[in-house]
Design a protein around this ligand. Sequence first.
Ligand SMILES: Cc1cc2nc3c(=O)[nH]c(=O)nc-3n(C[C@H](O)[C@H](O)[C@H](O)COP(=O)(O)O)c2cc1C
Length: 196
Amino acid sequence: MSVSEKDIKKIIFSNARTYNDWQRKGVSNKILNELYDLMKFGPTSANCSPSRIIFIKSPEAKERLKPFIIESNLEKTMTAPVTAIIAFDIDFHKHLPKLFPHDLDAQNWFNYSQEVAYTNAFRNSSIQGGYFIIAARMLGLDCGPMSGFDQNGLDKEFFPNSSIKSNFLCNIGYGDPTNIFKRSPRFEFDEVCEIL
Ligand SMILES: Cc1cc2nc3c(=O)[nH]c(=O)nc-3n(C[C@H](O)[C@H](O)[C@H](O)COP(=O)(O)O)c2cc1C
């Protein structure tokens, strides 16, 4: 694949949209593996990598997911080839001896308080969620991220008695642009940025 810098900007940002409708084209397990193998390189605090992902692909798994999706998100979720649950492990710090081997003290930077562990797990998994969307777009996939779901219910179903909690959901597939609405405005630089 040879794409210019200009193309990459379009693929990741300026032409990329959030999709609600999907082409009838499946997403292979190979591409889901490739997606993870790209996003995993995005930086996290002390390389803590708290994201845990379930790719909901089979009709059986979609039926398990269905009761927890709000009405307005239901059709696009049930018709998407894959819905990823982007979750995070609050006990991520247990894995730091593997993930940050050059400083075996690293787990102690996070494990001294539940609040510190939670804040870092949520912060870093949200950042990893952004890497997930960028990686998916680089692989030619489209995304539909969603926070409209019953988080407690979903966690009981997919992560019972676990330190893993859901963050957000992301439909993935090949978007159908037929009914896409006009791009919403964004803030201009001077409205939200300062250079001091
Ligand atoms: C974390 C997150 C949660 C979102 N939750 C929902 C949702 O529950 N339902 C929905 O229809 N869209 C949801 N969206 C989609 C946003 O409304 C959409 O990405 C935004 O308007 C930008 O659209 P664009 O990418 O087409 O410019 C969510 C997006 C993000 C990133």
